[in-house]
Design a protein around this ligand. Structure first.
Ligand code: UD1
Length: 420
């Protein structure tokens, strides 16, 4: 267990401007997709977070040379020699499975450790397998590894209908279909902005893709991929949403910049419903808030619905509302694990299956609490911003997986927060 903590003294007014980093959930897939082409890819606006460092390790294990300099990554895949993502790495970061599709394309086979459960739920891969099998990939699950292979007749372009718009399955399918001659169609595809970012990256590499951002993606495959230089990672909408909640808790005005507000349409509508005043510009949003929050109901859904990755942060606002709110979690079954910690800080939350009924209180109270996962950790830091007294958040390595300089950025807005 790590001894590192984040310590927050609550009750400070937050004002100023904060810049969000590139999206974790996009850059990890761009890094994996760089495997498709032999040569040097450069990615910019790359967040310096530990999940990116782990994906660097995965790529190095495959034989790539990876150089990280400030927020730019240079990945040379010319001498890729290995098609295996080992258990030690997949176990530490489930998103390592994003190399499955790229390895199938590059080597005609892949050996990827089967991910186990994770803190927020069981996270099966059945949709990845069913979709890729429909394109001709053969799978064998043995000794804890997924062994994927391409038959000697090759893969066949085709139509794949996903049973659920899984982000990871859509990404692996889009990547594999990009290398199959002919037209493939993914139906009931995920529509997340990070899917669009990956599609744009694949297009820059040589694929023809249409419909990204809608439930029907059409892909014209190529076998001629070129590496892309200077590809800028899309701004992180989840980090932006996290800082907008911080601004709401700290009164503001807080301007969050470096992302596309269109990517947060429903969370912005919920902030307004909670009583925040928003000024929405081209690449930024300014939030101000006074008095008590209004209660609201939220249910997490695939994009453009309310993102599960902002559910814990918004529960902090609901915990301070003047009335009863209901939050329904539809994507991951264990995403209420942090609720007990929030209750230790004075929140009143009753869980009924995948519903949380939250009776607002006037103020939270600082306490030692433990982060159970990345977004839960961020939510506890946000709770500390409101709380009376000091909060000590432990297990903060979860937070560093996905937030670049969270403590420093909040200090820049005037929060009394430090590493402990
Ligand atoms: C991605 C994001 C994660 C976000 C999630 C939903 C990354 C690295 N992570 O995760 O932050 O919370 O999207 O927006 O991009 N499922 C199956 N079978 C499958 C695949 C998924 O049952 O084959 C289930 C999962 O268990 C989960 C739900 O579908 O309950 C959503 O998963 P998915 O959309 O695939 O999320 P990830 O790509 O894992």
């Amino acid at each position: 267990m790590s001894v590192e903590r984040i310590i927050v003294e609550g009750g400070k007014t937050l004002t100023g401007t904060v810049q969000v980093s590139g999206a974790k959930n996009s850059v990890l897939k761009l890094m994996a997709a760089s495997i498709l082409a032999s040569g040097t890819t450069t990615l910019t606006n790359v967040p310096r977070i530990s999940d990116v460092a782990l994906m660097e390790e995965v790529l190095r294990h495959l034989g790539a040379t990876v150089i990280a300099e400030n927020n730019t990554l240079t990945i040379d895949t010319s001498n890729l020699s290995c098609y295996e993502a080992p258990y030690e790495l997949v176990n530490r970061m489930r998103a390592s499975t994003a190399v499955l599709g790229p390895l199938i394309n590059r080597f005609g086979k892949a050996r990827v450790a089967m991910p186990g459960g994770c803190q927020i739920g069981s996270r099966q891969m059945d949709l990845h397998f069913a979709g890729l099998e429909a394109l001709g990939v053969a799978f064998e699950n043995k000794h804890g590894f997924i062994n994927a292979s391409v038959p000697s007749s090759g893969l066949k372009a085709g139509r794949v209908a996903l049973g659920f718009p899984s982000v990871g399955a859509t990404e692996n399918l889009m990547i594999v279909a990009s290398a199959i001659p002919g037209t493939s169609v993914i139906e009931n595809a995920a529509c997340e902005p990070e899917i669009c970012d990956l599609a744009e990256f694949l297009i820059a590499m040589g694929a023809e893709i249409k419909g990204q951002g809608t439930p029907v993606i059409t892909i014209q495959g190529t076998q001629d991929f070129s590496p892309v230089t200077d590809y800028r990672t899309v701004g992180d909408r989840i980090e932006a949403g996290t800082f907008l909640v911080a601004g709401a808790l700290g009164g503001g005005p807080v301007t969050v910049q470096g992302f596309n507000p269109e990517h947060l349409r429903i969370p912005l509508a919920k902030l307004k419903a909670l009583g925040c005043v928003l000024d929405i510009a081209h690449q930024s949003v300014t939030v101000t808030h006074e008095g008590a929050f209004k209660p609201t109901d939220i249910q997490t859904l695939p994009y453009p619905g309310f993102p599960t990755d902002l559910q814990p942060q918004f529960m902090v606002l609901a915990a301070l509302a003047d009335g009863v709110s209901v939050i329904t979690e539809n994507i991951f079954e264990n995403r209420f694990m942090f609720v007990d910690e929030l209750v230790r800080m004075g929140a009143t939350v009753h869980l009924e299956g995948h519903h949380a009924v939250i009776e607002g209180v006037k103020q939270l109270s600082g306490a030692p609490v433990q982060a159970s996962d990345l977004r839960a950790g961020a939510a506890l830091v946000l709770a500390g911003i409101n709380a009376e007294g000091s909060s000590h958040i432990s297990e903060v390595e979860h937070i560093y997986r996905g937030y670049e300089g969270l403590v420093e950025k909040l200090q820049g807005l005037g929060a009394a927060i430090h590493h402990g």
